[in-house]
Design a binder for this molecule. Structure first.
Ligand SMILES: [Fe+2]
Length: 254
């Protein structure tokens, strides 16, 4: 018990410090690695999931639903959507094992269901598309535009962002998502991007999503993992996350 409390307290202090300094570029040199897992889902499953995401987007446009303004659908809403039957594949042991093998982290797991950022769906489109050019962040929590940025972390363990690309219909040879591990831009080829999962520590590696050109379209599922997915008890950090969720998904649920 005492040992556990000591570990939690140490992690809380480390997390508080990390979130204070990471935006100034003070990050761990040991957290700069990223991984691309190709063909993460069986092809049939991937196609079904992508189809469901496309349908969700077109029906939300028709119904003029709240989702339109954010272009982001959080985990709580996804559960009641047409995408729900496909989520089990992302939650499966097979999927989890691929992420653990790639990172070599045995305890890597999705964050708890209570966190709307656990699984979310993000739509990006150019001007010819019904959606305006995205101003949302690529992942989950910042709502801070597509320019180079660092995420915040509210989990005691290491935070891993996972981007599962469903559609990358662009005129570029490289991914719209760019990472800057060790301060150098690492571009990711567009070929093979669909049905791949990009895993990176977005609170240690600067990243951005380049602007979409007219007619381009991108749909990704954003996943949030941690090797110790216990949320901070720090009330300031939690309130911050709640505000960001409100701006991003239109609800403040965490
Ligand atoms: Fe981000």
């Amino acid at each position: 018990m005492f040992q556990h409390l000591t570990r939690v307290l140490a992690a809380e202090i480390a997390l508080h410090k990390h979130n204070k300094v990471n935006r100034r570029g003070i990050v761990s040199p040991n957290a700069q690695q990223f991984h691309i897992i190709h063909d993460i889902l069986p092809e049939k499953v991937f196609k079904g999931l992508r189809e469901a995401a496309n349908l969700l987007q077109s029906s939300s446009v028709r119904e003029d639903s709240n989702w339109r303004k954010g272009q982001a659908i959080g985990g709580h809403e996804l559960k009641g959507s047409g995408l729900a039957p496909w989520l089990e594949h992302v939650l499966s042991a097979a999927f989890q094992n691929r992420t653990r093998k790639a990172t070599d982290i045995e305890t890597l797991a999705l964050v708890p269901e209570a966190d709307t950022n656990r699984i979310s769906l993000l739509f990006y489109g150019g001007q010819a598309h019904p959606y305006p050019v995205s101003t949302a962040a690529d992942t989950d929590d910042q709502g801070d535009g597509t320019d180079w940025h660092m995420d915040g972390n509210i989990y005691l363990g290491d935070r891993w962002a996972g981007i599962l690309t469903l559609v990358e219909d662009t005129g570029d040879d490289v991914s719209k998502l760019e990472l800057k591990p060790n301060g150098e831009i690492a571009t990711i080829p567009r070929a093979g991007l669909e049905n791949s999962l990009i895993l990176f520590q977005g609170d240690h590696v600067l990243h951005r999503v380049r602007a979409m050109a007219s007619g381009e379209r991108r749909v990704v599922m954003s996943l949030l993992f941690s090797d110790w997915p216990v949320r901070t008890l720090n009330p300031w950090l939690r309130r911050y996350q709640s505000k960001v969720n409100l701006a991003f998904y239109g609800n403040s649920r965490r």
